[in-house]
Design a protein around this ligand. Structure first.
Ligand code: ADP
Ligand code: ZN
Length: 721
């Protein structure tokens, strides 16, 4: 071949033809450097027959400059990239870019110089050096990264190197990871665990695409069970990918994995240092990384010999990416399993209705773990009707919940209060004039965070210190907090139980894997009496001493018209309830609500999961919602409100009129202003069999809109704001 076609990493161009100079070897998947105008650009050689013809005459072709020293992207990954681009309506190069997620790795192996503290501390230190010393404890990274961590300039750190306070360490980016041993500590499985494990192990050995729904109650030992499948893949010399929904859960998983296999797996998430990314990416591509645990982005890593994919807590909505390529990692994982011809395990105690439906239709094999491991019983769940059991004025915890908290404290047991709202209060206003503090970039209230003394927007990150006076009427010290956030609940607990050790757990406090590990340690060491947390504490954690769970506001998720509100509330409450009574002592769950009659709440109280899923399925069937029908959203945005509105109207005006396809809108999005952009939405509902993407392309591709307008298509949307 003397010419080839490349996906080049430039959104506007996409696919270009090049000449392959003699002596250069390329094949589909080769990662190359190509000329583009006066610049050089990275690209991937693609299978010519799968792309439309370009008919560029031979003499116009420019030669490729270089093949980068990494293995070509494997064929199954190329098929996955094509599928994602097609299904989620993104460009091929946009998706392919996710697979080449470490630019350092592409330059080949080699060494990086990192620095760490030597322990030498001169007697007189500048305040900057003193502060850096504190923050750099136990860190090893490049000067640039350390400067970031310590919040000082590179020059300060170079000075510290010269003063002998920091030393250089050479890091080889291709050094192998410790070896995981499939039989390091084989567990004794229960009968149900063994039966489920056997099915997965068989599929791993068969090297066959087989999707499993590992449906086990909280505490049934799903992790132990799928670890048997991991062991089988290791024995086969195959690699394994485990997806987890939150970095905060990773730390706990790493420990359990290490206990089981004698080595920690490779981690992959957005906060890796660039040297760690480079090493991980290269080891994945060479086959050296045996097991990778990661966030959704790990799905696009170039595994050389993948043998199994596990998606833990598969119902979690954080697997859905809501910007860039808007994909659902759970679904992409199944597709990757299909192209790789390997089994995929979706593990959950509260599966998505979509996944249950696939199991019912026989497309997924359902493996059930009906009981908690080791004889632990499921917690007793009761409802606290806030209309009768009324909290004291200005408080949020009902007397019965307060009594239960006191009782646990006396017995030396742990409690957990769950409220899915960060900060102190969701809304702050001026006592005198009623002014509401709002984000300048978003149509959202600013949330008061007392601990960090900030008013913050949870959508764009805008932050201001609380002003000394009302910006509207100038009244000093005017702010009143409306409604509770976790910080306020923690304050309330501290007032009610002055001797209790209360710990807040949110994404504001568990900011790193290390902090998460310390939290787990404290909880297990019984150094915490009451945990107050957001959705971060609802899943995964296993604290044997925790016997009481209080859900502060079960109605919160039901407000606001989200299509999956019922399911999400059910999952969240069932998951957080699942943290109670996992050890020897039985657990109790109190759910505060004003709507005990709502079907979700009633099903939770009765512990009747099937009733909930049946009712939910019925109501979705009626409105053609997933899994019975399909949704897509079109989000039209611009920094100029009139431009956004006009573009949305123009799109609405050319909508196709088709039987079986219902188009709602355009209407201002609930979050009508987000990060400074005005937003309009259209929602499309169609039958399952409808070729939605084809319709959308035929509709949107011909439109010519002003350059300031962005049109994003969200296939199978989860967010409706
Ligand atoms: P799930 O993820 O299903 O909620 P876990 O995997 O966290 O449950 O298991 C609950 C607890 O039971 C954990 O402490 C786990 O180590 C323990 N466990 C489960 N199965 C076994 C087993 N076969 N042998 C020993 N311990 C087990
Ligand atoms: Zn904002």
């Amino acid at each position: 071949m003397n010419r080839c076609r490349c996906l080049v990493f430039n959104a506007a161009l996409g696919v270009l033809d090049y000449r392959v100079p003699s002596g250069m070897d390329v094949e589909p998947g080769s990662v190359v450097v190509a000329p583009l105008g006066p610049r050089q650009i990275i690209g991937v050689v693609w299978d010519t027959e799968r792309l439309p013809d370009q008919d560029v005459p031979e003499h116009k072709l420019r030669p490729l400059l270089q093949v980068l020293p990494v293995p070509p992207l494997p064929q199954p990954l190329r098929r996955l990239i094509e599928w994602c681009a097609d299904y989620y309506m993104a460009s091929l190069s946009q998706v392919a870019r996710m697979a080449l997620s470490s630019s350092a790795a592409l330059r080949g192996g080699g060494t990086v110089t990192e620095y760490r503290l030597t322990g030498h501390e001169p007697t007189r230190l500048t305040p900057q050096r003193l502060a850096a010393l504190d923050l750099l404890h136990d860190q090893q990274a490049t000067i640039r990264e350390l400067a970031e961590i310590a919040g000082v300039s590179d020059a300060v750190l170079r000075g510290m190197v010269n003063a002998g306070m920091l030393e250089a360490v050479t890091v080889d980016s291709d050094r192998p990871y410790p070896h995981a041993d499939p039989h390091h500590a084989d567990p004794d499985l229960s009968e149900a665990q063994a039966a489920a494990a056997a099915r997965m192990v068989e599929a791993v050995r068969a090297h066959a695409f087989r999707p499993f729904l590992l449906d086990g109650v909280t505490g049934s030992g799903k992790t132990e069970t799928y670890c048997e499948a991991i062991a089988a893949a290791l024995e086969e010399g195959r690699q394994v990918l485990v997806l987890l929904p939150e970095i905060a859960l990773t730390e706990q998983f790493l420990r359990r994995f290490e206990a089981r296999f004698g080595a920690t797996p490779v981690t992959w998430h957005s906060s890796l240092k660039s040297s760690e990314r480079r090493r991980a990416w290269r080891q994945v591509a060479s086959g050296g990384a045996q097991v990778v645990v990661g966030a959704r982005s790990a799905l696009f890593l170039p595994f050389a010999r993948l043998g199994l994919i596990v998606v833990d807590e598969a119902h979690e909505i954080s697997f859905k990416q809501d910007d860039g390529v808007r994909y659902n990692a759970r679904d992409v994982a199944v597709m990757r399993g299909h192209f790789e011809q390997v089994p995929v395990v979706l593990a959950s105690a509260t599966p998505a209705l979509e996944s249950l439906q696939m199991a019912e239709a026989g497309r997924y094999e359902r493996l059930v773990l009906p009981d908690r491991f080791g004889g632990a019983t499921m917690p007793a769940i009761s409802i606290v009707d806030l209309r009768e059991d009324v909290p004291e004025r200005g408080r949020w915890l009902a007397p019965s919940l307060v009594a239960a908290l006191k009782d646990r404290l006396l017995k030396g047991e742990q409690s957990l209060l769950f409220l899915n709202r960060r900060g102190y209060a969701p809304l702050t206003l001026c006592r005198t004039c009623g002014y509401r503090f709002q984000c300048p970039n978003c149509s959202a209230w600013l949330v008061e965070h007392r601990l960090s003394q900030r008013l913050a927007c949870h959508h764009c990150g805008h932050e201001v210190p609380p002003p000394p006076a009302c910006p509207e009427c100038n009244e000093p010290d005017c702010m009143v907090a409306c409604g509770p956030g976790v910080e306020r609940i923690a304050d309330e607990v501290a007032e009610i139980l002055p001797t209790a050790r209360v710990e807040l757990v949110t994404s504001d406090t568990l900011t790193s894997a290390a902090k998460a590990a310390e939290f787990v340690e404290r909880a297990n060491a019984r150094a915490i009496d009451v945990i107050v947390g957001t959705q971060l504490v609802t899943k995964g954690f296993h604290f044997p001493e925790l016997t009481l769970v209080g859900v502060v506001d079960a109605d919160m998720g039901l407000e606001g018209g989200d299509l999956r509100a019922g399911e999400r509330t059910y999952q969240q409450v069932a998951q957080v309830a699942g943290r109670a009574g996992r050890g020897e002592k039985p657990g109790e769950v109190l759910i505060q609500t004003r709507h005990p009659e709502a079907p979700v709440i009633a099903a939770l109280a009765a512990g009747d999961r099937d009733a909930f899923y049946e009712a939910e399925a019925e109501s979705r069937r009626e409105v053609g919602a997933p899994p019975f029908g399909r949704w897509a959203a079109i989000i039209v945005s611009s920094e100029d409100e009139a431009e956004a509105r006009d573009a949305a109207r123009a799109i609405g005006g050319t909508q196709p009129r088709l039987d079986d396809v219902l188009i709602l809108g355009p209407a201002p999005a609930p979050l009508s202003l987000l990060r400074g952009r005005y937003r309009y939405r259209l929602l499309i509902n169609a039958r399952r069999s409808t070729e939605l993407q084809k319709i959308l392309r035929g509709w949107l591709d011909p439109l010519r809109l002003p350059p300031g307008v962005r049109v994003a298509v969200d296939i199978d949307p989860y967010s409706f704001v």
